[in-house]
Design a protein around this ligand. Structure first.
Ligand code: HEM
Length: 179
């Protein structure tokens, strides 16, 4: 199970005697893969923030795009497309664990199969800060606590698209200290 695999990695890299440091995350492989898999299945900016204006008539993939058109990139659809991802609806962080000799998959905009921070000239300027902070907090929260379903039932992953993509219903869980 993914959660216990992250716990095993945290126990190996950090140990139970202290809290996680930011530098610990760079020694981890599986936790960054979990963060990438979450960004794939639930990109916080799936659509809106990618708006681009065609400043001249142009052709994209055989389609005529007149000057003045606002185009949006649907990252949510790309990251769930079975022609792009194997078993796209499955939560499989392993897909981001680089095999020997492979380069690590970058989510910072160089690979358009998954670019949760956008790409190109208007890419997110806070992407390194965002990715580092999210990874550090996920590592800390998982290192400090065991997370189990609440009495109100399983976690509801339904999404709601507002300015960013949010959980439709707030997360309800029980947490127990684990160290
Ligand atoms: C996990 C965290 C974050 C995610 C998923 C995210 C995602 C995005 C996305 C998808 C865009 C649009 C990029 C494009 O159009 O190509 C964007 C733009 C932007 N982001 Fe972020 N972002 C995050 C964190 C941050 C942080 C921490 C900051 C500031 C400290 C920030 C500041 C901005 C700004 C100013 C823009 C507009 C850039 C422009 O239009 O030129 N973001 N972000």
């Amino acid at each position: 199970m993914c959660k216990s695999r992250v716990h095993d990695e945290l126990d190996m890299v950090v140990g139970k005697s202290r809290a996680v440091n930011e530098s610990d995350v760079s020694a981890m492989v599986y936790l960054p893969a979990v963060v990438k898999e979450v960004l794939r299945l639930h990109p916080p900016g799936p659509l809106l923030s990618w708006a681009r204006l065609a400043i001249t008539d142009t052709t994209v993939d055989g389609c005529h795009v007149p000057e003045g058109t606002t185009a949006m990139v649907n990252m949510w659809a790309i990251s769930r497309d079975p022609e792009v991802w194997v078993d796209p609806l499955e939560f499989k962080p392993e897909r981001f664990v680089a095999k020997e000799g492979e380069l690590e998959f970058s989510v910072l905009g160089s690979d358009l199969r998954l670019a949760p921070f956008g790409s190109g000239r208007r890419t997110c300027p806070g992407k390194a800060l965002g990715l580092t902070t999210v990874s550090f907090w996920v590592a800390s929260l998982l290192h400090e606590f065991e997370w189990v379903p609440s009495d109100q039932g399983p976690v509801d992953l339904k999404e709601l698209l507002k300015l960013s993509c949010e959980m439709a219903n707030p997360l309800t869980v029980k947490v127990h200290p684990r160290r």
